[in-house]
Unconditional design. Structure first.
Length: 120
């Protein structure tokens, strides 16, 4: 169990650094639109899709923890959100998908606003 925590932590470390690098390299791109975050979210979704397919065929739990949970989670949690949403659709659990997707966005924005108002 401790090994798993360190694998996820190490992957998160590198994913966070990669996210920062993308943001740093994209400073000044466009105006007003958050291109760096948008790019990270789309690339993260592509990456987690590729890794999910790969690890569904190749049993490598340690590498999966490091790359999927750690790296992709540190790079962008949006990729995990997208993967979990797709998994609900693939199992035919459409009501859970709608609750999860719409609830995450709506309650996330509401919580963000509430936290901002309370702290201001």
């Amino acid at each position: 169990m401790l090994k798993d925590f360190f694998l996820v932590g190490a992957g998160s470390f590198f994913g966070g650094m990669a996210r920062y690098l993308v943001s740093y390299c994209m400073k000044g791109v466009g105006s007003g639109f958050p291109w760096a975050t948008f790019t990270v979210n789309v690339v993260g979704c592509l990456l987690i899709g590729l890794l999910w397919a790969f690890f569904s065929r190749c049993h490598a739990p340690s590498l999966s923890l490091f790359l999927v949970v750690g790296f992709c989670g540190g790079f962008t949690t949006f990729s995990t959100f997208s993967k979990e949403s797709l998994a609900l659709i693939q199992t035919g659990d459409y009501s859970s998908f709608l609750l999860y997707a719409l609830g995450s966005v709506a309650l996330g924005l509401l919580a963000l606003f509430g936290g901002y108002v309370v702290a201001k």
